[in-house]
Write a protein that binds this ligand. Structure first.
Ligand code: PBG
Length: 324
């Protein structure tokens, strides 16, 4: 035999020499939940090791992460029910939980990068990502609300706005609004191919944002489709997205590599709550080697073509790297 592929697997050093992909702390965005309802922190039952933080304790958590080299955070708000309405008006209340927390983080740690969530569902009494009328999710009136929300976040000091709603035309609408107000340096990370997925369950527990009626299938994508993802990709690029995202990650690795072949801007992937919860649950039962499976999953996302990974595993992964 002239070709013996096993020679390149001979020992650890050779294997590492020929290794094609690697992970680094620089690849991660760590999602964090802030709440006005909790005293210090409260674990999310379906997401072992992930917490809702009070704003003050959140600062310590961020400081902790930054010591590990994790410097980018996706922040999500847990809003009390009495502040929710059909216009998501709490989302642009500058003294409200979310915007004041962004402001506080950026004052304390100007060098960290905050990715703020642009979507109505945490603030919506219907738990939907758009304005509701007769159980229908309205697209165009929602755009104005999203743009107002994005602008308020920019004014609070966010670095990246991340529309996670899937309304048509929102990237261009938000870009225009930000530019008109001089926020030309705020990036847009677009949830470009966001699928209507069962993997978001634990996240909705975390935010108490389960839809009050129906589901999100009239705006989030059908899991059966991949060509349609290219339509969304083209639109978001044309409308000015800086980074495009695929979500969830694991059942959609093919979409990530499809994006890699079809665009030259950075790609992010969201390793979502249900994907995290499955690994944690099986790990707790000792049915799998949790860390090994975690590392394999994260690497698969990178290998498929993602430049940026949003993952609840980011901190524990970074901690393990530091310990090694
Ligand atoms: C909604 C939003 C969702 C997630 C992020 N933003 C869930 C949904 O569409 O209901 C899910 C993230 C996760 O599951 O980790 N704007």
């Amino acid at each position: 035999m002239l070709r013996r592929p096993r020679r390149n697997r001979k020992n650890e050093i050779v294997r590492k020499l020929v290794q094609e992909n690697d992970l680094s702390v620089n690849d991660f965005i760590y999602p964090l939940f802030v709440s006005s309802e909790v005293k210090d922190k409260e674990e999310i039952v379906s997401m072992h090791g992930i917490y809702r933080y009070s704003p003050q304790i959140l600062l310590w958590e961020i400081e902790d992460c930054m010591k590990l080299g994790l410097n980018a955070f996706a922040l999500f708000p847990h809003i009390s029910d009495n502040k929710k309405d059909n216009e998501a008006s709490e989302s642009w209340n500058e003294n409200g939980l979310y915007l004041s927390t962004i402001k506080m983080i950026k004052e304390k740690f100007p060098e960290c990068v905050i990715v703020s969530d642009v979507a109505m569902d945490p603030y919506s009494n219907f738990g939907h990502d758009g304005v509701v009328e007769n159980e229908e999710i309205l697209n165009d009136v929602t755009l104005e609300i999203l743009a107002r929300m994005a602008l308020a976040q920019a004014q609070a000091g966010t670095d990246i706005v991340a529309p996670s709603d899937m309304m048509d035309g929102r990237i261009g609408y938000i870009r225009k609004k930000l530019d008109e107000h001089g926020y030309t340096n705020v990036l847009i990370l677009a949830y470009t191919a966001k699928y209507a997925s069962g993997f978001y369950g634990p996240f909705r527990d975390a935010l108490n944002s389960v839809p009050k009626f129906g589901d999100k299938k009239t705006y989030q994508m059908n899991p059966a489709n991949s060509r349609e993802a290219l339509v969304e990709l083209q639109l978001d690029i044309d409308e000015g997205a800086d980074i495009v995202m695929v979500k969830p990650a694991l059942s959609y690795l093919d979409i990530i590599s499809l994006f890699r072949k079809n665009c030259n801007i950075p790609i992010a992937a969201y390793n979502v709550s249900g994907e995290y919860a499955m690994v944690k649950a099986a790990g707790q039962k000792n049915w799998i080697d949790e860390k090994r499976v975690r590392d394999e999953i994260l690497l698969s996302i990178k290998r498929s073509g993602a430049d940026v990974i949003l993952s609840y595993f980011a901190k524990e992964w970074a901690l393990d790297i530091v310990r090694m």
